[in-house]
Design a protein around this ligand. Sequence first.
Ligand code: GLA
Length: 637
Amino acid sequence: MQTTFRRPPRLALIPLLLAAVSLHAAADPLAPTARWSAYTAGRAATPPMGWSSWNAFGTDIDEAKILGSAQRIADSGLAARGYRYINIDDGWAARRQMPDGRLVIRAERFPSSVQGGGTSFRPLTDKLHAMGLKAGIYSDLGRNTCSQAYSGVDTDLPKGSVLEREIGLYGHIDQDINLFFGDWGFDFIKVDGCGLRAYGANSAKVRSGQYRALTPVLDLESVSRSDIPAVQAEFTQINAALKRNKPDGDFLLSLCIWGAADVRAWGKNYGNLSRTSDDITPSWSRLLSNFDSAARRELYGHPGGWNDPDMLYIGKGDFDADHLVEAKSHFALWAMLNAPLMLGADLRTMPQPLMDIVGNADIIAVNQDPAGNQAVLAYDADDLEILVKPLASGQKAVAIFNRGLAPIDVDLTAEHLKLRGDAPVTLTDLWTKADSTFTKETKLRVMPRETRIFRANGERALAQGVYLSEQPGSVNPAVDGVVRPQIDPTIFRSSFGWTGTKGPGERPMYAGWGGARADSTPYGQVMQIAGTPYAAGIGILVNSRLEVRNQGYRRLSAQVGVDDSAQDRKHDVIFMIYGDGKLLAKSKPLRWGQTAQALSADVAGVRMVELVARSAAGTNEHLPVSWGNAALFSSER
Ligand code: GLA
């Protein structure tokens, strides 16, 4: 049958056409938005500091243990140095009460919670607040938590029917967030992911009849088996529930999906902290893994959302009072990475030398620096790394990390620090407080597993300006050009020990390879365009958009081009600079082997600069491009 329809009058088509055009524009991820798209809700202007029950006690927690550590934090002066969050991790829940679904606390472990026939954490959070501290709670994206999935014994686990054991957020997001933040007065929530990982229909837990099946959308070993949008959708609901139930914005949301599902690329858009790896253990090799999982993600952490290589393990195993070199390294490295400084020891018995390490005010100040720049790797090798963290004062913190087994004589140069080589540089040792001065370069001996950490004061190499790679806290790879997440091969693969050495070992598993980098191509090489190397700049893949906060600078310039490391020699790339959504500068189409083009734009008065590298053909993927020497200047020329 033939259908006839009347042609709408021409004018009536215009709004339809306009709608189609703007829909198209909204769908183009490279279109400028004039806004900062990373997460800024909550209270994470600097990395949170505090204590968590997990590393010290696992699920064997009680009120006395938690308050004991809180008391030591208050009495020892650590609270005054910034340690404020006292976080209850897994193990607090007795069950979900039916039929109303209200969560019930383990009353025998938390006697103060018993109130008129029910339980409430309000007395405990009131007490912590009265001590000047903040309180944190733990839950899971799924119906059940990690201890329910992985504990060998059920002593500390919720009991009752299948539904009563379902203490995770799944299906109860609004109810639980309201309970935690409204009724109970918490200020922080850690959301784990085992409920979306370990309860497949064939898992032993589900087959036991005690747990309901939930399709595993998170797979730590395989990014391709993870359902990334499904995981993100859960966090979107949690974001909305926090907004509704904590309207004053005084909260922190900690994402705990251990670097799975490519979260190292997108965690910054959904929470204040995002775990970049599996759990830390008190072993040196595990520290290396967790450090590596965050160390090359310097552009993915900013004020508001930080990379989280997991809590501190100072006080146990390789980081106990017999291993002060390792304990100091752990602390200095976490400070440089802008990691949360979450103590994980039983502080009631923590020896004073370890208390002194975590109380080092100069190193805490490096971590809490308001500019929020994660350290950038200025020297990168398997056994030695030099990390440089630009501070708000214009000084730099520098850490020299010997990962290996032999002492190393290190040449630290003014160049590593992006300071002038013809002017004196003063180094202040943040452990001994001793000052020393050098010009051009200096030699330092670094012992095995030692991290030497200094504040450096000198004349900036770039007069009147700042390289974008000197302010990673203000540069957000909103779109980093990674189309198909690839596994990052640079992360140390420590033998975990939980399963012994049965099985195939620790294979590379964290996605993020090819992500945007400061002073490096996305694949870790020195940036180079048509034979000219660039020690400074931003390396990223094509079809990318960087958001850059502009704090009063007047000009942005860069040498742009396809990086020599690209294998695609055929396709053109166009580079664009936008200011508050308006196109300010555009390159000609550039392809492999062509000399860099100088691109420059007047950004006076502009708040958000966006740097877009777009494939002219619209097709080529994973092609490294370089914004060589990209910098902001305070003068117009
Ligand atoms: C996971 C997390 C840990 C801890 C435990 C609790 O393993 O990564 O940090 O919260 O769950 O069971």
